[in-house]
Design a protein around this ligand. Sequence first.
Ligand code: SUG
Length: 435
Amino acid sequence: MTEFVEANFDGLVGPTHHYGGLAYGNVASEKHAHSVSRPRNAALQGIAKMRALSNRGVVQGVLPPQERPHVPTLRALGFTGSDAQVVAHAARDAPHLLEAVSSASAMWAANAATVSPSPDTADGRIHFTPANLASHLHRAMEAPTTRRALEHLFPDESRFAVHAPLPAALPDEGAANHTRLARHHGAPGVELFVYGRGNVEVPRRYPARQHADASRAIARRHGVAAAVFVQQTPAVIDQGVFHNDVIAVGHRNLLLRHEDAWQDGDEVEQRLAEHVDDLRTVVVGADEIPVDVAVRTYLFNSQLVDTDVGTLLVAPEEVRDDTKVWGFVQDRLVADGFVDDVLVFDLRQSMRNGGGPACLRLRVVMSPDEMTAVHQPALFDERLDRRLTSWVQRHYREELTSEELADPVLLDETRAALEELTDIMDLGQFYEFQQ
Ligand code: SUG
């Protein structure tokens, strides 16, 4: 048997990380709108997670941050003049648009794409569909660059297929609404697609982001042999579950789900078990962990990863801070043998925008052969760690306020940083400002 492994590609936090209050329905983003951010800290928190997982034998990759503020988008919105004038005019006339085009949201790599590994697909290639993220301006801007990044990192068309994002009329949020389960990584798996809209009852308070037709189109174009489609419960979306990965997480043959996550959850589980005969599930009751507590602590946004010492739960500090949730982790997950250990990280900078450990990574299950075809400078090792850490320390501001997004020096600073990053990650002339 060739040993397939699950690589985790984390989004490197960009230098303009800030709190724009841009994501309606994401309660953390709304709550922290316009508070002071700490970009350097945010990036170092992300790198610390990559380092810890890499040290435990997880194959860890890096997705580069995007060019922000994104001047081409401001030009498309009618702002004119030099790049500095474009930013100044937007700051004066439409500061909310400047906030949107300055968002470092590409850090949440779980929204970069949906990935179907080769054991699941008709042509035996790994398929990627970059998410169009059409439900929000600041996120929709990511799609073209994400596509180029994936083409750069996974260049060999005989092994990898990077598709175009879907048309914007069918909003798609990528792997955050997609889970793959299988007996082991190299076995044909079943792919679970979770949607919230598309000819179904919609939530009353908050918008549903993922369209059912988008999920179906992805499964179709990837040639996924075994796909299961499920509707997210409108009531949980109304409680702040804007992505499925806020209420369920699956890994290999283990599924952890809240009982309220999906319409007909038990039936869905049976259908999954038809494809994965040793499926193990933990169903979390609302009496054990109410949905609002799941949203506040991000328990379900933990990563489940295989390491040298078994399966780890990679959780945010907020999980340990809540006595009841921490008790659940110890009594139901560790003591019952579903996970072997728990790693806890301070990811507060990202968490305050609604991004936990699982949001920060894109999983790509690969064979050793496929792994050799990946753009190697994007793979995390001690050298990349040292170079990225020093790069962040030299280029990132300690603090950033919404008003400071208008600072013309910030544009030059971020460009200088990204210029150096293209060298560190061997990305060529990757960014639009370099063309
Ligand atoms: O799309 N937050 C992101 C968080 C994404 C989390 N990803 C996953 N669950 N996989 C979002 O809501 C907030 C940005 C701001 O307000 O500045 C934001 O976009």
